[in-house]
Design a protein around this ligand. Structure first.
Ligand code: DSN
Length: 420
């Protein structure tokens, strides 16, 4: 590179990644092919619009790359193009989720989403996010004792509040989500309300959106339940367990979601396309879309299936070992790639901020995280979140997790004082 300052920083970051262990549940390591597509000359091209309907000329290859990306996305999740559409243009997860709100929920409408401290994402209606400023969150959480979802309680809340949309799928919830139950809850709680719309042919129900950003790769690999049978809309980032570039996808049902806007019949998919462009974004990042297409092909291989299963095996071992060493694991374990660990332990341990600082000094990278019914603050919460997607990509197996648990325990315990 001619720019030596940036070259130096790129090399330094490469070295940092090489010498540290990343347990950030939302990170992964992409292939050289994904990097090659990201660094390709598709970055030079403006492609506002959609394939066949662009505003600028010169789209022969951008159209092909976007079509291929859409085909691969539907195929990976076993979706029929007659029934499902996918928008591959969202720049990342938060804009993707915002596009769904803009498309389907009138401003000020109610959206039932999990609270941040229980594992929900900011875009599930938290007050600091645009989704909480322009829509009204009906917050829900996990059961205080079991620290898992209580579907009967959720149903009562939904029937009482009648939200326009319910969001399932989280940022820090380690367990399997029962999407069938969420479908029943959505069906029980009132008519779909989209902008100017009357209830759809589905009859009276709320929209069910699943944000599968965290576990999309596990679904693709057949290691975690798929939400598609039950959801109306599914959003996902591509860069977590799916092991692609920073980007996001919005899947939506074309069938069963026809609704009426100003007298015209329109599907959720068409409303979502309009919300992404021109509603919220300009030209899509075609280099990013090319890289997403590469990652989706990689995720359709038998090797990726094996990977997804290993990610979960590793997380279970790491969680069990940490428990054996005396740490409190939220919900008692994990069914996915992530573990939520209470480091504060009612004041006997240390805050998540302190724990993550200590671990970083020893080359283990994690994020501080709130835990259900948090008594501290998001900037200095009671826990840390650990994920196994990245280290499994690098070849880690169960035996490595046993060693890692001991290392984590050693680093945190070395704080001094009695161990709980
Ligand atoms: N930052 C992502 C995560 O870590 O889960 C969510 O946006």
């Amino acid at each position: 590179m001619k720019d030596k300052q940036i070259e130096k920083l790129i090399k330094a970051e490469e070295a940092r990644q090489k010498k540290t262990i990343s347990l950030i549940a939302s990170e992964n390591y992409v292939s050289d092919d994904v990097l090659k597509a990201l660094g390709s000359k598709f970055t030079n091209k403006y492609s506002e619009g959609y394939p066949g309907k662009r505003y600028y000329k010169g789209q022969t290859y951008t159209d092909q790359v976007e079509e291929l990306c859409r085909e691969r996305a539907l195929k990976l999740f076993k979706l029929s193009p007659e029934k499902w559409a996918v928008n591959v243009q969202p720049l990342s997860g938060s804009p993707a989720n915002l596009a769904v709100y803009v498309a389907l929920v009138p401003a000020g409408g109610k959206v039932m989403g999990m609270s941040l401290d229980h594992g929900g994402h900011l875009t599930h209606g938290h007050k600091v996010s645009a989704t909480g400023k322009y829509w009204m969150q009906v917050p829900y959480g996990v059961n205080k004792n079991t620290e898992v979802l209580d579907y009967d309680e959720l149903k009562k809340l939904a029937i009482a509040e009648k939200p326009a949309m319910i969001i399932a799928g989280y940022t820090a919830y380690p367990r399997i989500v029962d999407f069938k139950k969420f479908r029943e809850i959505a069906n029980a709680c009132g008519p779909i309300r989209t902008d100017g719309a009357s209830p759809t042919s589905n009859g009276a129900r709320a929209i069910l959106m699943v944000d599968m950003s965290h576990f999309a790769g596990l679904v693709a690999g057949g290691a975690y339940p798929s939400p598609f049978e039950y959801a109306d809309v599914v959003t996902t980032t591509v860069h977590k367990t799916l092991r692609g570039p920073r980007s996001a996808l919005i899947f939506s049902r074309k069938d069963k979601t026809k609704t009426s806007v100003k007298g015209n019949e329109i599907s959720f998919s068409e409303l979502i396309d309009k919300a992404v462009f021109p509603g919220l974004q300009g030209g899509p990042h075609m280099n990013q879309i090319a890289a997403v297409a590469v990652a989706l092909k990689e995720a359709s291989t038998p090797a990726f299936k094996k990977y997804a299963k290993q990610v979960i095996k590793n997380a279970k071992v790491l969680s069990d070992e940490l428990k054996k060493l005396g740490w409190k694991i939220i919900s008692g374990g994990t069914d996915s790639h992530l573990i939520l660990m209470d480091t504060f332990m009612n004041g006997k341990g240390m805050s998540g901020a302190e724990a993550s600082d200590k671990l970083e000094k020893e080359g283990i990278i994690v994020n501080k995280n709130t835990i259900p019914n948090e008594t501290r603050s998001p900037v200095d919460p009671s826990g840390i979140r650990l994920g196994t997607a990245g280290e499994t990509t690098r070849g880690a197996k169960e035996k490595d997790m046993i060693k890692l648990a001991k290392r984590i325990d050693g680093v945190l315990f070395r704080k001094g004082g009695d161990k709980f």
